[in-house]
Design a protein around this ligand. Sequence first.
Ligand code: NAP
Ligand code: MG
Length: 500
Amino acid sequence: MTLKLESKAIRNAVAKLKFRTQAFVGGRFVKAKSGRTFVTENPATGRPIARVAECDAADVDAAVKAARRAFEAGNWSRMKPADRKKTLLAFADLLETHVGELALLDCLEAGKPITDCATLDLPDTVQCIRWHAETIDKLYDRVSPTGPENLALILREPVGVVGCVVPWNFPAQMAAWKIGPALAAGNSVVLKPAEQTSLSALRMAELAAAAGLPEGVFNVVPGFGPTAGQAIGRHPDVDMAAFTGSTEVGRLFLKYSAESNLKRVILECGGKSPQVVLADPPDLDLIAQNAVSSAFWNMGENCSCGSRLIVHASVKDDLLNRLVKLARSWTVGDPLDPATRVGSMIERPHLEKVLGYIDAGRSDGARLALGGRRILEKSGGYFVEVTVFDGVDSRMKIAREEIFGPVLSVISFKTEAEAVAIANDTNYGLAASLYTRDLNTAHRVARAIRAGTVSVNCYSEGDITTPFGGYKESGFAGRDKSIFAHEQYTELKTIWMQLA
Ligand code: NAP
Ligand code: MG
């Protein structure tokens, strides 16, 4: 379905949506074994969308069994890479023809602006699957430089059954970052979407099957973290857990692994990313634009959100004026309205958490320069104004903790060393931006900041060709995207041969 980004067309498309609400296990939709369901809610209205199968340990076990059977059968895991490529390209093509529908599902469940879903998230989701598909028949294994009496092959084999547990902020895309490389490498997958956003993942599983993915290779078990998520983490026959979400839950996966079968664990977690504006910034209007996008894109519900703007004192007031003016044009409103830039918070408790941080900013003595209130309450949704605090100090709570909302903290500095120290004064290390006219400064500061991605004179997460993941408590043992993502979904095997 192509979706015209125009209000009436969007309303009509919403009215025609059909929801897949059962688990997808062994190639078909099934109820949760307990028969239980839970409500998925539209956070922009507070109203229910549908009831979704509430999977628990028994369903996870059935999905893992289906995944293992498929893996052992070998009709995916041992398929020629060129043939896996063909199937995954067909999957990407099917996703592409359903971008409008999938975009609407993510918009409705996550409160994300439809324009972002339809023009960024879902096209990126398609591209992610396509890129990993296209890569898989171009990777070579190795022969080691041993002596003439031996031949040693170093092979990459799929890990086996991969459990993926993902968040709600980019529902389809975060799933694609995991399943793209995992499936391309020949693994079987059991995916648990976030409880708030199950619908696009379920539809993706159906489309993958329609594209020819053998049954049991890609299973989706919607449900809650402590039950379904934990069951994946602790399952003795899951070979690897690939997680994106909070650092707090990420830690649990390491514990689950340690207490079960030592499954491989990769974690993509939270962030408190700095945007550093040095004393010689290029165009301040451009920086204001980047800073506003970085802080408020996806309502700040973004792991790489540039939530700390660290600005040289000489340009701070000028930049702040420009960015506040610009931020006012980021309309908060109905996510289904194509003009909306900022949708709703994901759910009421999260809205309250964000408002709690705004209160903490005020009481810690930061100066509110913009926003700060809940708005559009009559809609029933969980909207908050885009918010800017000036005069923030690195020790304040709003500068230390991941807010995951549209709240920007402005901190000023006088020397480059001070800027780097403030940027690194965090337990996180996911992303960073820096702005300078000087090439040497750019290199020096980019290397000094401890973060997985540092963008220079822009705000970016790179593209599908670049690895994405974090230093420090922003991640563990892995990277999403790029060729490096492939490696982590494989085991290294040495075959050592004695020659006569
Ligand atoms: P979350 O609460 O950690 O949840 C992530 C996933 O883990 C969900 O599927 C959740 O299920 C599940 N989960 C929750 N408790 C669990 C438990 N006890 N055992 C096993 N699984 C459990 O994170 P979120 O609130 O959805 O997402 C926001 C976080 O994700 C932020 O910290 C953000 O920075 C991070 N994030 C990181 C990246 C990255 O690439 N580094 C990208 C996007 C988001 P339920 O939904 O059912 O609770
Ligand atoms: Mg959650």
